[in-house]
Design a protein around this ligand. Structure first.
Ligand SMILES: Cc1ncc(COP(=O)(O)O)c(C=O)c1O
Length: 369
């Protein structure tokens, strides 16, 4: 696709069908488990619904374009995509590095399901991961990390992985392809949850991988076929439909996140604020060098658990919910899930409300405490 287009234009073009007169401009999902077979055995693109589907292929083509990849594969959730990619790359005897400060279920999968297979699992924080890569075979990095929003230096990490011959997988969920392009920075594979900002409406789950190494893509595709963690074609269509408006939604989410972070950093009720887009944030110099947008997540620390609940209760706009990337601004007290953070630590996912309304509402809710 033409490089001169902006991300919103690219997203609209990526989900557009070919201009065939009489065909729908926005085609619906193809719902099928079985397809008519040909006498020319093996020539068909579609045979059985666990292997392929025309709506998947349309979504995969759009995701590959947005990630700057040759190919993408969609899955039934972000975890389905990540675990398929890990199974395809980490084999018994491998050393696998996973984020110590990233999405906690990925650490659980590595230690509970991969370590017993003879894979050595090491955990490394965003600060430690480049050193950890020196002795690894597979490195999974997440940046910005969920929930603390630290940033990994992807160019440096890709360099360390290349020197060692290790595979680099980057979880692009928090940044999205509109926020950063890990493949262009040297990653072998992007893994991500599309449940968040890409699907964007808090009503479904999906995941994907993207990359340009055909052997690696084929290995992950084999995992999808055999393990069967596929995306329903209706859900694939919902993601496709949402991708067309992701440029608008993500721009507003990023603007709202920056406005909230700016307003909250000086508030007496807020002990600390993290947002990679804040000029004073410890992650900002790295983020500014590798991110196109700084994302819709802001992390704050309030006095305690009660203060987080009171913030939501006193607000007219905030909803208490886990996950992120939806149209509503949501608040998640991460200690509730066992993340190694303070009791008053909350991850805020900025929605698409009007910026002035959102900032006024959140500040008023904090002032009332
Ligand atoms: C960074 C990150 N990666 C992966 C996932 C897993 O995605 P899903 O819930 O779609 O399986 C999540 C879920 O919150 C996440 O935050």
């Amino acid at each position: 696709m033409s490089d001169h287009f902006g991300d919103s234009t690219r997203a609209v073009k990526a989900v557009s069908s070919l201009p065939v007169p009489g065909d729908p401009v926005g085609p619906g999902p193809v719902l099928a488990s079985a397809y008519h077979l040909s006498d020319d055995e093996g020539s068909e693109q579609n045979t059985y619904g666990r292997g392929s589907n025309p709506t998947w292929r349309q979504l995969e083509s759009a995701l590959a374009q947005l990630e700057g990849a040759e190919a993408a594969l969609v899955f039934g959730s972000g975890m389905a995509a990540i675990t398929a990619a890990l199974r395809a790359t980490a084999t018994p005897g491998s050393v696998l590095v996973v984020p110590a400060d990233g999405y906690y279920q990925v650490r659980r999968y590595a230690t509970e399901s991969l370590a017993p297979l003879g894979i050595t699992v090491r955990e490394a924080t965003a600060d430690e991961i480049c050193d950890a890569a020196e002795t690894a075979d597979v490195v999974l990095a997440e940046t910005p990390t969920n929930p603390a929003l630290d940033v990994v230096d992807l160019r440096r990490l890709a360099h360390a992985c290349r020197r060692r011959g290790a595979r680099l997988l980057v979880d692009n969920t928090t940044a999205t392809p509109l926020g950063q392009q890990p493949l262009a920075l040297g990653a072998d594979l992007v893994v991500a949850s599309a449940t968040k900002a890409l699907a964007g409406h808090s009503d479904m789950l999906a995941g994907y991988i993207a990359g340009s190494d055909s052997e690696l893509i084929a290995a992950v595709e084999r995992e999808r076929l055999l393990a069967g963690a596929i995306l329903g074609s209706f859900e694939a269509w919902l993601v496709l439909r949402s991708l067309g408006s992701v440029g608008l939604r993500f721009e507003r989410q990023c603007a709202n996140a920056l406005a909230l972070a700016t307003a909250l950093q000086g508030h007496r009720g807020v002990r600390s604020v993290r947002y990679p887009g804040l000029p004073g944030d410890p992650s900002h110099p790295l983020a500014a060098g590798q991110m196109r947008r700084f994302g819709g997540l802001v992390s704050i620390e309030l006095a305690d658990e009660a203060a987080v609940h009171a913030l939501v209760r006193r607000s007219e706009l905030l909803v208490a919910a886990t996950s992120f990337g939806g149209i509503h601004t949501s608040v998640d007290r991460r200690a509730r899930w066992g993340d190694p953070v303070a009791d008053g630590f909350a991850r805020i996912s900025a929605g698409i409300e009007d910026t002035d309304d959102l900032v006024a509402d959140v500040v008023a809710a904090l002032d009332a405490q």
